[in-house]
Structure formats: C-alpha cells, structure tokens
Ligand binder design. Structure first.
Ligand code: NAD
Length: 733
C-alpha cells in the first residue's frame, strides 16, 4: 500500500497496526493527504479477509492536535473565489462537500464492517479525537501529558467531523453540551469516567490493550448503529428532554449573549441530530459546520487565537540575527504581589531564580507565594510533592544584591516610584555581568525615562506582566528609545521560556493594553455620570462580549488607583489630558466615600463577607442626572464600550506604539479580554470595514464628544478602503 503519513503492518494474529507518523513534522495534523492515506487504510483492511481489524496509533511523542486550520482557512478562500467567479450556489456546493470530507471518511471507518481501535498517547484533540470517537474502541495512556477533547469552540468553530453527534450519544445531553461549549482538554481518568474512552493503560501497553480488545472479538458496530440503541438522555421530545433543553437554551444565552454562532450551532446540531439516525444527523452537523466555517467570527478567531498567537509564541518578533541568549538564572527584585508571581512562573519554567527584597523576611514571603501556588496544584492532583520541592529549591530568597551577580536577566518589580527604581537600577547594575539584561515591570513609567538611571540603556527593557502573573498569558515587552536588539531577543526568549505570549510595543504612556483598558473604564464612568443605571452599564459590557463590566473591572484594579492615575496624568500632561467628569466621580468615591474597590470591600460594588457582590445603592446619589432606563439605547451602550477600546487600539497603532496588527489583536484578547468573537480590537474594525467604523465614530462623536473622534491615520485608511492587516502585509512585502 502506498502511504506517506502512516506505517502499516499486520501481525501474526491478523491485527493491523496503522502508525500515524507524518514525515518532516513534529506533530501529526489532519491534511488532505492524511485523509487519502486513511481512506486507503480502510479499503485495505476491508479488502483483506486475513485482517481482523486495525489499531490506529501515533509514531510521534503525542497523538495529534487535529485538523490543519490553515487548510480550513484555505477552504474559505476557495469558497470566496468560486462565489465570485461561478456564483453562490456552486461555491456553496463545493464548500459543503469539501467541509464534510472528514465526516464521510470517519463514517466510512465506523461502518466498514471491520473493528477499529484507537491507541492514544499525548494530545488528541479536535479532528484527531473525532477520529478516535469514530473508532469502535479507545484506549488512552495514563501519562500526565495525555489529553483528549474537542476545543474547536475556542477558535469560533465546533467539532464538525461527527464530534457533536458521537459525544451526544455517549453521555447525558447536559454533560455533552457542557463539554462541547467549554472545549476543555480532558485528562485520561476523567475521560474514562465521562464515557469518552473505554480503557486507560500505561503508555507502553496501549497498543497491546487495543489489540487484545480486537482479538477478543471487539464489535465493528458502533453503539448508535445497534438496532436497539437509546441515547443516554432518552428522546429529545420526552419529559427528560424537556428538563434539559429549555435550561440549555438559557445557559447558552447567559454564557454567550448570542455572540458566538458556533455555540448556537452546537446547540442546534445536537438538538436536531439527536432526533435523527446517525447518517442524517451527521449531515445536519455538516450543514451547520459549513455555515460556521464561513462566519466572520470563525475567520477572526482562527486568525488571532490560532495563527497569530502561534506565530507570536514562536518568536515572530524576535530579531533574526541575534543568536541564542543564555538564560539560566533570573533575578527578581521586589518580592511583592508581582515579583512573587514572576519568581514563581520563572522557577516553574525550570529557571534558577534569585528573589531579592529589602529584607530576607520580605523575600521569603514572596517565595512562600510559590509554595502556596504549587500546594494548590498538589491539592488538585496536578502536581506532586517532589515537584514542589524541586521548584522551591530553584528560588533563592535574599536581601543581598550581590546574589544577583550571576543572573542573565534581572526583572525589577519594586514600588512604582522613579526614585526607588533608580536606586534599584544602580544597585543591580553594580553587581551583574556586562551581558546581563535589566528589565522593569513598571506599569506606568516610560521605559526611556527609567533607562536614564542606567549606565547601559541598550540593555534596558520593559517586561510588563499582568496580574495575577500565574494566570495572565500576555506579557508586553517595551522597547525604550535606546533598547538594543539583544535585550529584545533576551526578553522574548524569556517570555517564550515561561510559555506566555509576548507583544512588543514602543515606549509610550500606558503602553498598549492599559490605554485600551483605561478607555473602557472611562466609558463606564461617563455612562454612570450621564445617568445610565449602573446595572445597565455592567450588562452592556458583558453582552458586548467583555468578561466583566467596566465598573466591576475598576473595582478589581482599584478605584483609588484609577484616581491616582488621573491625578498623575493631570500633573504631567495638563488639565486637558484628563476627563473632569471622571475625576469628579472618582474623587467623590475615593475621597468622599472611602470606596477603594474590592480591596476594602467597597467600590462600585459592595462585597459582603458572605454571598455575592452587589452594586452599591449609593451610586444613584452620585449621578448628576438620571436617565429613564427605557429611553436608553442599549445597543449604543454596547457599541460605545467596544468602539472606545478599538479606537484607542487604532490610535496606538497610528502612533507607532503597536506596529503589528497581530499583536494588537492577540494583546487585546489575552490582556484585557476584548470580545474574543471579534478577533481582537483591530480585527473588530477590519471586519466591520474602516469606512463603517469611522462613520460609527462620527455618529458617537456627535452624540458623546471628541473622545470618539477617529485619528487621521484611520480616516485615511477608510478613504482608501484599506485594512490594518492589508497595510501590514503591504509593508512586509
Ligand atoms: P508591591 O507593593 O506588592 O511590591 C513591591 C515590593 O518591592 C515590596 O515587597 C517591597 O518591599 C519591594 N521593594 C521596594 N523597594 C525595594 C528595594 N529598594 N529593593 C528591593 N525590594 C524593594 O507592588 P506590586 O503590585 O508588586 O508592583 C510592583 C511593580 O509592578 C510596580 O512597578 C507596578 O507598577 C508594577 N505592576 C503592578 C501590577 C499590579 O497589578 N499590581 C501590574 C503590572 C505591573
């Protein structure tokens, strides 16, 4: 048999083994060629009467991450071309047939008459797990690295190769929907408990166990193809079904606010599919899949959350001509809230860490945070005591700057005070080697200003983490005026080592993320001052796709911090740089009412010891005017909250703070949760079209003021019919 991506052999007992091992790739992915090979394998197994059945496994370190998303993107482009050249109907026929090729192939495997078993070690996700689901038996390794799941929803898609139908026939409907909505990666034992796999075995035994199942006469008929099959939750139209579906709809609305067409399609495909026999059910799933694959949300999310994020993680912005920068030992100065987190993520990545604070006790307190974080992991069964011992042994807590001598990189996270920082810079530079890089985690102080205290500004850079450090995946790397290429490479290598996603920005007040976040919070404040009920503002934020409303977000950050930033901005940049209405509101809250945010349980919300937070009723008294809620245009509130952030992102782009649209998009989603279905703050503009966006800004400007005035660069782009990505591609060419 002529195969490129699989090895195929048959043992003395007539059991075939197909080992998926794509040449020249570190990981298996589903491509058209892989589909062709699988098709040949099925035909060969069926045709040879000496073959009893077949085990599919991987020859790589891990099973497979699923379909090649660039292939799916290519399908979209082909559809667009055909639709232009030959009309919508022909394009759609092509698209539907192509997008269901994998479904038909897997169904062929499932109904070919010979039993197939999957032996899975490592990651087995998306289309690859759908292959395993189409096999009649699934054995997974008990290894720490093994994960199965259907994460398609995370890039705006859904499992369109039978996943929705098979999962819904393996478990209770509510559980199936939850699994499909969350898209989580599932550990082996959990997968077995959920009924997703049949057996868990040591890595070295999975193939043998799968073969044993075949030799013991494993059935070649899937449960749902058995004549008396009943779905675990029974029929859709039944008392049990009525207990499931109305709440499922409500949960869908609550979780997505109808912003994610893929989530709705999951609900529809499962609801309709469960009322049909498998082949028709798969056709229904395919119809929805073809529709979702053409949706702007899927295009935007695949581009930002898969392609761009992957490129940034692999060092798209790393200076090409700088060789590997040695990075074994990292110094962290300031063992407070941020420093402790930075020390933890560094040690967790296997780096040696020297954690320095003003006293040994303070440094030890920072180290204790790492102890707490790993202990939490141990409690959840995700780490072992030995992991904790090893990690803690890599953190040396100290009050002596001399201990930083051998560090390749030192990150300071001391108080946000230029004088304190300048002292620290001098003390650190006095002990570190000539090649070591110094980074500041400042959130507001320009890097070029801080670098004035450095004797080697070309080795001085900003590495800006978000809190909590161990959870937030974004890191902003800030280039000062004098920052050199080697320091940039070192910072990027470091962020890669700790497995976070970097964006590189040029020095400016607020850098990138905090400027956009600031605009979101400001809009919430101004709505409140206008007289919009606080609950409506918060709901508008969430329904627009943000993880939390602007008032809630301000409580998390600190209402006092917001006021401090307003005052500092006014002192440095003048009266006109701040909004007087916002200043009045914040002053009344902080200085008048002592409401600092979640930290003192009093902010825009009250935070009782027991129970949920509630909006503070006194907010009404702070409103200078009050609007009739029925007269408020709710859609406009949602628009304002997204437009103001996108506009700020466009400004940072126009000013050259961000230089690559991928970074603005990835940064906006990972850094502050900008409505992910849009693909990020600049994709939001690109998909709407710059001209329409500018028009929207002008309407909002007329109604709400100059903060909605679009920058000249954006107006010029709109006039040319350009896009951020189009311009970036042209510049790169
Ligand atoms: P923090 O007050 O919790 O910690 C600061 C630590 O620095 C304290 O432990 C203090 O003892 C120590 N320190 C002060 N002077 C020192 C010196 N001379 N030598 C050694 N240690 C010294 O503050 P934080 O919230 O961790 O913030 C630290 C930095 O990180 C600030 O620049 C802040 O702007 C920035 N940052 C904070 C956040 C956030 O959400 N808190 C986010 C991003 C960046």
């Amino acid at each position: 048999m002529n195969l490129t991506n699989f090895r195929f052999e048959t043992d003395a007992d007539g059991v075939a083994l197909a080992t998926w091992d794509m040449p020249g790739r570190s990981m298996n992915v589903i491509t058209p060629e892989v589909m062709d090979d699988l098709n040949r394998i099925i035909d060969a197994v069926v045709a040879d009467s000496a073959i009893k059945g077949c085990v599919i496994t991987s020859g790589k370190d891990t099973f497979s991450g699923g379909a090649d998303l660039t292939m799916l993107q290519g399908l979209g482009a082909e559809y667009a071309r055909l639709s232009r050249e030959r009309g919508e109907e022909e394009a759609m026929t092509f698209f539907f047939e192509e997008s269901r090729r994998l479904t038909l192939l897997y169904r062929k495997l499932e109904t070919c008459g010979k039993p197939f078993a999957a032996a899975v070690h490592g990651t087995c996700l998306g289309g690859a797990f759908e292959l395993a689901l189409a096999c009649h038996h699934r054995v997974v390794s008990d290894d720490d690295k093994t994960r199965v799941g259907l994460p398609e929803i995370k890039v705006g898609l859904f499992p369109g190769a039978g996943g929705t139908q098979r999962v819904a026939r393996l478990m209770q409907t509510g559980d199936a929907l939850q699994m499909l909505f969350k898209g989580e990666q599932i550990r082996p034992l959990m997968a077995r408990n959920m009924g997703l796999v049949h057996a868990v075995a040591p890595r070295g035994e999975i193939v043998q166990k799968a073969k044993e199942w075949l030799k013991a006469g494993g059935s070649a008929v899937a449960p749902w193809d058995q004549p008396k099959f009943k779905a675990p939750s029974g029929k859709v139209y039944s008392p049990a079904g009525m207990m499931t579906w109305p709440p499922a709809n409500a949960i869908y609305r609550r979780e997505t606010h109808d912003n994610y067409p893929a989530a709705k399609a999951i609900l529809q495909a499962v609801y309709e599919g469960l009322q049909l026999p498998m082949d028709l059910a798969l056709k229904v799933e395919s119809r929805y899949f073809a529709k979702i694959l053409r949706s702007p949300e899927a295009a935007a999310m695949i581009r930002t959350l898969f392609l761009s994020m992957g490129e940034l993680n692999k060092g798209a912005r790393r200076p090409k001509d700088v060789g590997a920068v040695p990075l074994k030992k990292v110094g962290v100065v300031g063992a407070g809230f941020m420093g402790a987190g930075i020390a933890y993520v560094s040690a967790n990545a296997g780096l040696e860490v020297v954690l320095v604070d003003q006293s040994t006790e303070a440094a030890e307190k920072g180290k204790a945070y790492a102890h707490k974080l790993v202990s939490d992991q141990i409690m959840k069964g995700r780490a072992k005591t030995a992991d904790r011992d090893a990690l803690l042994s890599r953190i040396a807590a100290s009050a002596d700057y001399a201990d930083l001598a051998a560090c390749d990189l030192v990150i300071e996270a001391v108080f946000e005070d230029p004088k304190v920082k300048a002292e620290v810079i001098a003390k650190v530079e006095a002990v570190i080697g000539p090649d070591a890089v110094f980074a500041s985690n400042t959130s507001t102080l320009p890097i070029s200003g801080l670098a004035k205290a450095s004797g080697r500004p070309e080795q001085f850079i900003g590495i800006h983490f978000f809190s909590p450090v161990e959870k937030m995946m974004l890191v902003e790397i800030i280039r000062g005026k004098a920052t050199g290429e080697r320091a940039l490479a070192a910072a990027l290598d470091y962020v890669r080592a700790i497995k976070k996603t970097p964006i590189v920005v040029n020095d400016a007040r607020g850098f990138f993320a905090n400027r956009c976040v600031g605009a979101y919070i400001l809009e919430g404040h101004l709505m409140l001052a206008e007289g919009v009920p606080a609950a409506m503002i918060e709901n508008a934020g969430r329904q627009a796709g943000m993880p939390v409303g602007p008032l809630s977000l301000n409580d998390e950050v600190g209402v006092d911090l917001a006021l401090k930033i307003v005052k500092a901005t006014k002192a440095q940049a003048g009266e006109n740089a701040v909004n007087p209405t916002q200043e009045r509101l914040l002053t009344a809250l902080v200085e008048g009412e002592g409401r600092l945010g979640r930290k003192n349980r009093k902010g825009f919300y009250d935070y009782p010891e027991q129970g949920q937070k509630k909006l503070w009723p006194g907010l009404r008294d702070l409103q200078e005017t009050r609007l009739d809620p029925d007269a408020v245009d709710f859609q406009e509130l949602k628009q304002r909250l997204l437009v103001t952030q996108a506009l700020e992102a466009a400004r940072t782009f126009g000013e050259g703070v961000v230089t690559d649209p991928r970074e603005a998009d990835v940064g906006s989603i990972l850094g502050f949760g900008f409505a992910p279905f849009t693909g990020g703050a600049l994709s939001y503009i690109d998909f709407m079209g710059a001209a329409r966006f500018v028009e929207l800004c002008r309407t909002l400007e007329a109604r709400h003021g100059a903060r909605f005035s679009p920058p000249a660069t954006l107006v010029a782009m709109a006039e040319k019919g350009g896009t951020f990505y189009g311009e970036a591609a042209r510049q790169a060419a």
